[in-house]
Design a protein around this ligand. Sequence first.
Ligand code: HEM
Length: 124
Amino acid sequence: MTTHLHITSWVLAFILFGLALMFYKQGKNKPAKILQMILRLDYLLILYSGGDLIMYYFQQSFMLGEVIVKGLAGIWVIAAMEMIAGKYSKGKPVMGVWVQFAIAVLIVLVLGFGRLPFGLHFMS
Ligand code: HEM
């Protein structure tokens, strides 16, 4: 259940993020701002579901190092999205933050799908 919420909320975040950037690029700042507000609410769902998933690992003292890195990388993805959207809205350069975003997403996907076992297959 929590895994589904987690995946749904970060997939939704990527969609809202992409749409907000598209609107900023077209100079439509108002819809972009509204999407960014919804995106910020969605971060709460990601954090809540991610925090709940982390508890399974802590309760069993299982793979703590990897799950902590997974959580921090997840927060880093969120921070990078915030920075990119903020810079887009002001027309500032974003290349460096895109690199950060790509690295953080890679870590999160490798650890989440590749390494940590309590995902969809385990407790859906
Ligand atoms: C946009 C940001 C995030 C993305 C893209 C993301 C992505 C993922 C993915 C792909 C999985 C694996 C799901 C599965 O195996 O079925 C996962 C699981 C998990 N995530 Fe996130 N996540 C993000 C944010 C966070 C945050 C902020 C936290 C911590 C507060 C967190 C903690 C966890 C935990 C503990 C798991 C369970 C690991 C497992 O057993 O697979 N995530 N996440």
